[in-house]
Design a protein around this ligand. Structure first.
Ligand SMILES: Nc1ncnc2c1ncn2[C@@H]1O[C@H](COP(=O)(O)OP(=O)(O)OP(=O)(O)O)[C@@H](O)[C@H]1O
Length: 682
C-alpha cells in the first residue's frame, strides 16, 4: 500500500506533546498523549472527562453568566422552563416510588390474603398523578420551548451579527480571530445544560430514594454505579478526545481527487479537452489499487474494534446488583421476596440509566463551556485598525481641493499572507490635494495594496501615511471613510434590490429614488434597469430558500420552483455599471474628497470604460482622484501624477511625458501596448 507517512513525523515535531499514531484503514489518526502524572489514580482509570477537564470556578461562572443572560431575555418564560425541568426530574423518582409502593401493597395483600384496599387505592392514585404530571409537563414544555427558543436565538443572533460586522478586514481575516459561534448552537447548549442539571437533580432524588430502601440500599446504589463507569472506560469515543486524522493512503487520495474532477465545477474543461474517459480509467485503476481497505469514518472503525472479554466484563458489571441480591437471599432467605427483587431491579436500572447518561454526556458540558467561552470572547476581539480621535476634515490643514497624501517609507505585508515578501516595500511619495493620479504596474506589483492602505483598510507595518499632513491613524475612521469613495472590480452586489444596491452608496439617502436613478444614470446602469421587468426593485441574486423534489409529475410546481428566486442574467459589465452607480451615489452625498477607481473597467467595453472614466473625472472637482489601470490612454495622458509600481516599490513617479522620457519601466509598459496598435496598422 502506498502511504504518506511524513505528516505524522511533522506533527510529532510540532510541540511538546507526543502522539499515539493509529492506522485505521486509509486513515492515520494522531491522538495526543498529554503529559499528566504517570502515577496510578482511580480517576485515570475511568473516562470521567468532565472531572478531568473541568476548570472549576471559571467554567461554573461562565455557565452562570450565560444562564443569567438567558434569564434576562424573558424571566417569566425562563422560570416556567426551569420549573418544567424540575418537574421532569421529580417525575422519574415519583414514578419509581409509586411503582414500588403498588408492588409492595399488592404483595402484602397476596401474602396475608387480606388486600389493603386503602393502600392499593393510594398507590393507584399516586401512579395516575404521576402519569398526569408527565403528560402535562410534556404538553407545557411543547408550548414554552419554541417561544423561548425563538427569543434566545434572536437575542444571540443579533449579538453575534453585531460583533461580526464590527470587525475590520485584517482582524476578521486573522485566523486567530476566527471564532465559530452560532445562535442555534447556543440554544442547543442552553437546552443541554438545563437537561444536564435536570439529570443531576434526578440522580440526587434516585440516590436518596434507593439508599432508604431496606435490604442494602447503600450497597445497591454503589453496585449500580459500577456498570456505567466501566462502560464509559470501554467505549471512550475517539471524537470526544483531541485528535487529528488524515488520509495517508495515496491511492485513496488519488481516488478522491479524480472523483472531484467529475463535479460540475470542471465540466467545461472535461468536455472541451475530452478527458472524461481518461479520468474514468484512472479512477478505476485507483479503486482497484485501493482494494478493500476500509475508508469509512476512522472514529467508527475505532469504536467497532472492541474485544470479547471487555464485552463480557461489561455485561457482568451490569448484573452486580442481581448477584448481590442472590447472595443476600442465600445468606438470609426469609428477608427477601420476589417483590423486593423486582423493586431492586427497577431501582438499579433507573440509577444505572441516569449515571450512565450523566457520564456519557459530561464531555458535552465541556463543549458547552468552550462554546460559551467563544461567545464571550467575541466582544474581546480588538480591531487591528484602531480608531483615532481627530475629526476629518481638519479645520486648519484640509482644503476644499481634496485629500492630500504622503507615504513615508511605507512597508506592508498582508497578515497571514503566504508570500515571504512584503506587498509594499519602502514606498515614499506625495499626492497633492485635487490631483488626478494614475497607478500603473505589472500584476502583483502592489497597486491595489497602496489603495487599501490609503483607505486604511489595513495599517502599515512600518513607515507612515499622512493625510493632509496628519498621520492617518489619528483620524476618526468614520469621518475618513465618509470622505472617501472606492470603486473596485472586487465590489459585490448585495442580495438586495437594485435600488438598495445603488442607494447604499449613501445609506442616509438609500430611499431617495430620485438620487438613486441619477446615480444609476451616472454609472451607466439606466439601460439595464429599463430592461428588467421590476426595474430598480429587481433583486439580481435573491437568497435561495425554495426547495423541491419528486416534482416530475407536477409541472406547475416544477416550473414554479425553476422560476422562483432565479438569478437575473446580467453580464459582468452590467454588474460593474451597477457597482459604479453605487459609487456615484456616494459622490452625490457630497463631502467626498478622495475617490479611487481600482481597475473597475475590466469587464466594460471600451466605450463604457471611456464614459465611466469621463464621468468620474467630471465629478472630480474637490476630490483627489486615483485610477489604477493596466490600460494606457486618455487617463495616463491627462494624469497630474503617474505612479509606476514594480515588485512592491514605486519605481517611477511623474507625468506621462516625464516618464516616457525616462525610458524606464513605464515607457516599457507603454510601448508594449503602443506597439500592438502600430503593428496592427503596419
Ligand atoms: N489579501 C491578500 N492576502 C495576502 N496577499 C495578498 C492579498 N492581496 C494581495 N496580496 C499579495 O500582495 C502583492 C500585491 O498585490 P496587489 O493586489 O496590490 O497587486 P496589484 O498590483 O494590484 O495586482 P493586479 O494588477 O494583479 O491587480 C501580491 O504579491 C499579492 O499576491
Amino acid at each position: 500500500m502506498k502511504d504518506r507517512s511524513n505528516a505524522a513525523e511533522d506533527a510529532d515535531r510540532l510541540d511538546d506533546y507526543s502522539y499515539t499514531t493509529i492506522q485505521l484503514g486509509v486513515w492515520r489518526m494522531l491522538l495526543p498523549v498529554e503529559r499528566t502524572s504517570t502515577r496510578w489514580s482511580p480517576l485515570s482509570w475511568f473516562d470521567l472527562s468532565l472531572l478531568e477537564k473541568w476548570d472549576g470556578l471559571s467554567s461554573t461562572l461562565l455557565i452562570w453568566r450565560f444562564a443569567r443572560e438567558v434569564y434576562s431575555i424573558d424571566p417569566w418564560l425562563n422560570l416556567m422552563f426551569f420549573a418544567l425541568n424540575l418537574a421532569t426530574a421529580v417525575e422519574g423518582t415519583l414514578m419509581l416510588y409509586a411503582s414500588s409502593r403498588l408492588l409492595r401493597t399488592v404483595e402484602t395483600g397476596l401474602v396475608t390474603g387480606r388486600p389493603d384496599i386503602r393502600a392499593i387505592c393510594h398507590a393507584v392514585i399516586l401512579r395516575v398523578f404521576c402519569t398526569v404530571l408527565t403528560s402535562t409537563t410534556r404538553w407545557a414544555r411543547a408550548w414554552v420551548t419554541p417561544i423561548l427558543r425563538a427569543q434566545v436565538i434572536s437575542h444571540f443572533d443579533d449579538y453575534i451579527f453585531q460583533e461580526t460586522l464590527r470587525l475590520d478586514i485584517s482582524t476578521s481575516k486573522d485566523k486567530n480571530n476566527k471564532i465559530e459561534v452560532h445562535a442555534t448552537s447556543l440554544w442547543n447548549d442552553f437546552q443541554f445544560l438545563s437537561t444536564f442539571f435536570q439529570w443531576g437533580f434526578q440522580l440526587a432524588g434516585q440516590i436518596i430514594f434507593t439508599v432508604q430502601q431496606p435490604s442494602g440500599g447503600i450497597t445497591l446504589t454503589l453496585l449500580a454505579l459500577v456498570s456505567p463507569i466501566f462502560s464509559t472506560r470501554l467505549h471512550q469515543a475517539s471524537w470526544k478526545r483531541p485528535f487529528l486524522y488524515y488520509a495517508s493512503n495515496l491511492d485513496y487520495i488519488r481516488l478522491r481527487a479524480l472523483k472531484s474532477i467529475g463535479s460540475e465545477k470542471y465540466r467545461e474543461e472535461i468536455t472541451s479537452v475530452n478527458i472524461g474517459s481518461w479520468i474514468l480509467d484512472e479512477y478505476r485503476r485507483a479503486r482497484h489499487a485501493l482494494g478493500t481497505i476500509p475508508d469509512y469514518s476512522p472514529h467508527f472503525q475505532m469504536a467497532t474494534s472492541t474485544n470479547p472479554i471487555s464485552g463480557i466484563l461489561q455485561q457482568l458489571s451490569g448484573d452486580l446488583p442481581t448477584f448481590y441480591w442472590a447472595g443476600s437471599v442465600i445468606l438470609e432467605p426469609s428477608g427477601f421476596s420476589i417483590t423486593s427483587f423486582a423493586i431492586l431491579q427497577q431501582h438499579a436500572q433507573a440509577l444505572r440509566g441516569t449515571v450512565s447518561t450523566l457520564i456519557h454526556q459530561s464531555s458535552r458540558v465541556t463543549e458547552c463551556v468552550n462554546s460559551l467561552q467563544n461567545l464571550y470572547k467575541l466582544a474581546d476581539v480588538a480591531n487591528k485598525v484602531v480608531d483615532g480621535e481627530e475629526p476629518y476634515p481638519n479645520s486648519t490643514l484640509s482644503t476644499d481641493k481634496g485629500m492630500a497624501f504622503e507615504l513615508r517609507n511605507v512597508s506592508f505585508a498582508y497578515p497571514g499572507g503566504k508570500s515571504k515578501e512584503n506587498a509594499i516595500q519602502n514606498v515614499s511619495l506625495k499626492i497633492s490635494a485635487g490631483q488626478l493620479v494614475v497607478i500603473v504596474g505589472t500584476n502583483g506589483s502592489g497597486k491595489s495594496t497602496i489603495i487599501k492602505l490609503l483607505n486604511r483598510l489595513y495599517d502599515v507595518d512600518s513607515g507612515e501615511i499622512l493625510v493632509d499632513g496628519i498621520p492617518i491613524k489619528n483620524y476618526r475612521l468614520s469621518d475618513l471613510r465618509k470622505a472617501q469613495a472606492l470603486l473596485t472590480q472586487d465590489h459585490k452586489l448585495f442580495p438586495l434590490t437594485l435600488a438598495e444596491n445603488i442607494g447604499l452608496g449613501n445609506p442616509e439617502r438609500v430611499n431617495d429614488m430620485e438620487m438613486v436613478l441619477q446615480a444609476a444614470e451616472a454609472g451607466g446602469a439606466t439601460e439595464l434597469i429599463k430592461k428588467l421587468e421590476d426595474g430598480v426593485q429587481t433583486t439580481l441574486s435573491p437568497v435561495q430558500t425554495a426547495q423541491g423534489n419528486h416534482l416530475e409529475k407536477y409541472k406547475t410546481l416544477q416550473s414554479m420552483l425553476e422560476n422562483m428566486e432565479k438569478e437575473a442574467d446580467v453580464s459582468g459589465g452590467e454588474k460593474q455599471r451597477l457597482v459604479a452607480a453605487r459609487t456615484f451615489m456616494r459622490f452625490l452625498s457630497g463631502g467626498i474628497r478622495f475617490a479611487v477607481a481600482d481597475e473597475p473597467s475590466s469587464a466594460l467595453d471600451p466605450k463604457a470604460e471611456y464614459q465611466l472614466f469621463q464621468r468620474l473625472r467630471e465629478s472630480g472637482d474637490g476630490k483627489t482622484l486615483i485610477f489604477v489601470t493596466h490600460r494606457f490612454g486618455h487617463l495616463t495622458k491627462h494624469a497630474d501624477l503617474i505612479i509606476c509600481m514594480k515588485d512592491g516599490q514605486a519605481v517611477e513617479t511623474g507625468t506621462h511625458k516625464e516618464l516616457l522620457a525616462l525610458g524606464g519601466e513605464y515607457s516599457e509598459l507603454y510601448n508594449v501596448q503602443a506597439q500592438a496598435f502600430s503593428d496592427g496598422s503596419g
